[in-house]
Write a protein that binds this ligand. Structure first.
Ligand SMILES: [Zn+2]
Length: 209
């Protein structure tokens, strides 16, 4: 199935209404546990943003992680993945849950000397159908890198999935991509920040007033 066929499939099977209800319920889960904050934040990078996203706060609750995994699995089942591969650390928990829901192996790739690779005896077979799973896709960079790891092992990447797409537009991965929810969280240099210009106090995410 190529990307265009995938898009047609998604549009046909999932009405816009159902997709938006699902996305809303996912974002509600994030808000409930403080994993999605709206306001004026100073990120670790030093940039300012009107939003803060931390999936670990949702995934620390096993039932929440399980629900996200099942929701992703339901939509990507048609791709026929035989294994799930995730980048460590952020992708491990959700990868495990998607693997559980699909009843396939869940592996992770991790950095060694700055390069993402399979360690711990993990291997993929030539031609094995792999789904790449992440918690949050920001630029698509780590997703692409994880896809490269699978291909280097001879596997076939059949698609990619995430809980949240914050790329600001569907990332061009060259394979079918699915996210449970899409959020737009722009970042600004402090000197260009419209929230600073409006005089809103900036807070560091994770700090509790
Ligand atoms: Zn600001």
């Amino acid at each position: 199935m190529d990307v265009r066929q995938w898009d047609t499939y998604v549009q046909k099977v999932y009405s816009r209404k159902m997709t938006s209800v699902t996305a809303d319920s996912i974002l509600d889960r994030f808000r409930r546990v403080g994993g999605l904050l709206e306001g004026h934040f100073r990120l670790t990078s030093g940039l300012h943003s009107p939003g803060y996203l931390q999936s670990a706060l949702v995934l620390q609750h096993p039932r929440e992680a399980e629900a996200c995994g099942e929701a992703i699995a339901e939509r990507v089942r048609i791709l026929g993945a035989q294994a799930v591969l995730s980048p460590a650390l952020g992708g491990i928990v959700i990868g495990q849950e998607v693997g559980r829901a699909l009843d396939v192996r869940a592996l992770f790739a991790e950095r060694q000397d700055g390069k993402l690779s399979l360690r711990r005896g993990f291997s993929l077979s030539p031609g094995e159908r792999v789904l790449v799973v992440e918690d949050v896709v920001t630029t698509g960079g780590s997703t692409r890198e994880t896809m490269d790891v699978a291909r280097a092992a001879g596997a076939v990447v059949v698609g990619a999935a995430a809980i949240i797409d914050r790329s600001g537009g569907t990332p061009d991965l060259g394979v079918p991509f699915f996210a449970l929810a899409t959020v737009s969280l722009p970042t600004y240099l402090p000197e260009d920040c419209p929230l600073c210009a409006a005089g809103l106090p900036v807070v560091k995410p994770g700090s509790r007033a």
